[in-house]
Design a protein around this ligand. Structure first.
Ligand code: ZN
Length: 309
């Protein structure tokens, strides 16, 4: 069994519209699902991805309106890495972000920036030939667009603690140049990495602009098998939870990062057609009969795609 890299990453925002404007409008991702938090249907759960809504490019946000800004600390993801194709793509994004007053820092074949709530991202020139996961955006040529996740970086005061479980889950030592504590999960189609950095002295605070969890991808057939393997390795997995678009298992890895194993499929076209993904509010079947109440509680948001549609 091999995990197929990162399935999705879920973070927190205090402002759904500002979030859509940044991720769909500026970064050019497609809003592929607009739904509610399945554990709290009074707030949005937004899913951004490539054109097809693929695992591997799916960044999701819980909206908690007005929640204070958080900060990443020990046991939390502090950076999301995306692949781009070339140095020209790095130049393009440096210019595009600067034109929108987003501060950037250039590294070697990399560009670091933060979203409006402080969530840190890095674009890296890809060193692998995994399938490119691209969303259409009128201002972003396909050859310069984001290509899906490369990995995440997390803070850990004792990254060696995570090694046993990661190895049990099929992660292999990665080649991160900033830390010896880097790991890759690579399946038949995709790979994704996690690297651990020394934490800041300040405690982390879960809030707007922080990552809530990282999900790794499993085939539907192997999903139950992963649960057994986590438990055998001393982890404490939740039961399998049906998230409607995929099935999920959650557990905290030993450094403190909340992991999920999510199935590849059934996917976002299970309740709306590919052409109009994300345009209307999707509700899990259990909430459909409450649609008018749920909708009345949510502040309407619009995606830049609706304007051009
Ligand atoms: Zn998740």
């Amino acid at each position: 069994m091999k995990l197929e890299g990162i399935h999705h990453i879920t973070a927190i925002t205090a402002d759904a519209q500002e979030n859509i404007d940044f991720y769909a409008g500026v970064l050019g991702l497609r809003l592929v699902k607009k739904t509610v938090n399945q554990d709290d249907p009074t707030v949005y759960h937004l899913f951004f991805a490539d054109e097809e809504g693929s695992a591997g490019a799916d960044l999701t946000f819980f909206e908690f309106p007005g929640v204070p800004l958080g900060r990443a600390g020990d046991g939390m993801v502090h950076e999301i890495a995306w692949r781009v194709a070339s140095g020209e793509a790095i130049d393009f994004w440096a210019e595009r972000l600067a034109a929108r007053d987003v501060e950037t820092h250039r590294g070697e074949n990399a560009l670091v920036f933060r979203d409006p709530e402080g969530l840190q991202h890095v674009l890296r020139v890809s060193t692998v030939d995994d399938p490119a996961l691209i969303a259409d955006h009128p201002e972003i040529p396909r050859e310069l667009a984001l290509l899906g996740f490369d990995g995440v970086r997390a803070f850990s005061s004792d990254p060696a603690r995570s090694e046993g479980l990661l190895r049990e889950l099929g992660f292999e030592p990665g080649s991160d140049r900033f830390t010896e504590h880097s790991w890759e999960a690579r399946g038949e189609q995709r790979g994704g990495t996690i690297a651990y950095d020394e934490p800041p002295s300040e405690r982390g605070l879960q809030g707007a602009g922080t990552v809530h969890h990282v999900a790794w991808a499993s085939t539907p057939e192997e999903h139950e098998g992963w649960r057994a393997r986590i438990a055998a390795a001393g982890g404490h997995p939740t039961p399998v939870i049906d998230r409607f678009y995929f099935r999920s298992i959650y557990f905290r890895e030993p450094s403190g990062v909340l992991f999920e194993i999510a199935t590849l499929g059934p996917g976002f076209t299970v309740d709306e057609p590919l052409e109009s993904l994300g345009e209307k509010l999707s509700l899990p079947p259990d909430y459909e009969h409450l649609r008018s109440q749920v909708e009345a509680n949510l502040k309407p948001v619009h995606s830049p795609r609706e304007v051009t549609a």
